[in-house]
Design a protein around this ligand. Structure first.
Ligand code: PLP
Length: 416
């Protein structure tokens, strides 16, 4: 079959067309860079597409803020960017009041800083609760901090298909628990953990909680202030489209900011960076969680996306995300399950984030061939094809095209 004739059965194509026609966010797709060589992009949860407006904004930045204003821009605008963009993340995405979110560092470094600060603030408590299904960097950073500070990690080994259950956390919580570190949306299965419930349980035990929001931010709503979350960290290059290497965001609840001391005491977190004094005096508020010179360039695409997210609104974005994952599961059940594909993401929409993982022994080879064709999901070992569905840039027709290619390759019995 010629590659451009690859299609789903008619009723599934019609369903995609109906869903696109009824999608209140459909018009947002044209805001993104959509090259013809990409038939379908299903990896917006790893690296979001750029916005068209970003081209012009970056060019203007080179000529103006950087080219003409030069070093003067630090005083005029740049010094406040980490907290100003942080406030925008808080407002548009996290359910966080101003003054609690900062943008900077990589997710890995931000995780290190906030986990270390939290553990140090619970000096008499010796344990950290975490889970073995979390992303490698989270586990690696935790292991190092445990070693540095003489803490023990109490690992939960969750069922990968479900995710960390509140009862599993409750079983380990106690007066030795300093901190609980979990992902809100699991990077493999997309399982959505019970953020308010686990946060409340940790607090009853006197522990702090840090939520990793890498796979939530921009796809699944969080109400950090309302849930009383202590700390959160997330990526800005996934569903927030900040571009490769765009900085992380870190959230520290206002009530904890005076108490926590972060370990990377650089000049940008100093109360008076340009006083150049002999000793480190932390800035008041969220600024004390900065370390070095912030990545101003990367904040431009991020701000562009945040503006769009705020305009669309997280409730509508989440609604579309649910419709997209529902459609992917409907197609998988109808045409991929007979070929041996297993849906390895929750079927309950309330417990499912913005992606769907489809498992099959041939997926590694299938994904390789899909990429060659310009159909771009990603592969997660050992046998998962991850269908990442960025709500503002993905159409149902695009998703249908991609899944038709998956079906065709599996029918051929190989990666092509
Ligand atoms: C993507 C991701 C990271 C990435 O960390 P970086 O420092 O940005 O490379 C960390 N944690 C989780 C849960 C992720 O999904």
């Amino acid at each position: 079959m010629p590659e451009d004739d690859v299609r789903l059965p008619r009723e599934l194509l019609e369903l995609a067309a109906t869903l696109d026609a009824g999608d209140p966010l459909a018009a947002y797709r044209s805001e993104f860079v959509l090259p013809e060589g990409v038939l379908a992009y299903l990896d917006g949860n790893s690296l979001g597409r750029p916005l068209r407006i970003t081209r012009e904004r970056l060019a203007r930045f080179v000529d103006g803020e950087w080219g003409e204003r030069l070093i003067r821009s630090w005083d005029e605008r740049w010094l406040d960017r980490p907290t100003a963009v942080g406030d925008l993340v808080g407002r548009a995405v996290l359910g966080a009041a101003p003054g609690q979110t900062v943008v900077g560092d990589s997710t890995t470094v931000m995780l290190y800083k906030l986990i270390r600060a939290a553990v140090d603030a619970r000096a008499d408590r010796t344990e950290i609760i975490a889970d073995t299904e979390n992303f490698p960097t989270d586990r690696f950073v935790l292991a190092r901090i445990a070693a540095e500070t003489g803490r023990t990690i109490r690992w939960i080994d969750p069922d990968p298909a479900t995710g960390v259950q509140p009862a599993e956390v409750a079983a380990l919580l106690g007066d030795r628990t300093a901190l609980v570190v979990l992902s809100h949306v699991a990077y493999k299965s997309a399982y959505v953990a019970d953020l308010p419930g686990i946060t409340a349980a940790a607090h009853r035990a006197g522990a702090l909680v840090l939520w990793d929001l890498c796979h939530s931010a921009g796809a699944v709503e969080t109400e950090l202030d309302a849930a009383g979350v202590d700390l959160a960290v997330g990526c800005s290059y996934k569903f927030l489209n900040g571009g490769p290497g765009a900085p992380a965001f870190g959230y520290v609840a206002e009530r904890l900011q005076g108490e926590l001391v972060q370990p990377i005491t650089g000049w940008m977190g100093h109360a008076e960076p340009f006083a150049m004094g002999p000793d480190y005096v932390p800035a008041s508020g969220i600024r004390r969680f900065l370390s070095g010179t912030p990545p101003i360039l990367s904040m431009i695409p991020l701000e562009d996306m945040l503006t769009l997210v705020e305009r669309a609104g997280m409730p509508a974005i989440r609604e579309k995300s649910v419709r997209l994952t529902e459609y992917a599961i409907a197609v998988a059940d109808e045409v991929l399950a007979p070929l041996g594909v297993v849906v390895a993401s929750p079927r309950d929409a309330d417990r499912r984030g913005g992606h769907v993982t489809l498992e099959h022994d041939l997926m590694r080879a299938v994904v390789e061939e899909l990429w060659r064709r310009g159909v771009i999901p990603d592969f997660r070992p050992t046998r998962g094809l991850r269908v990442g569905l960025s709500p503002l840039s993905t159409s149902f027709a695009e998703l249908a095209t991609a899944l038709a290619h998956v079906r065709q390759l599996l029918e051929e019995g190989s990666g092509g």
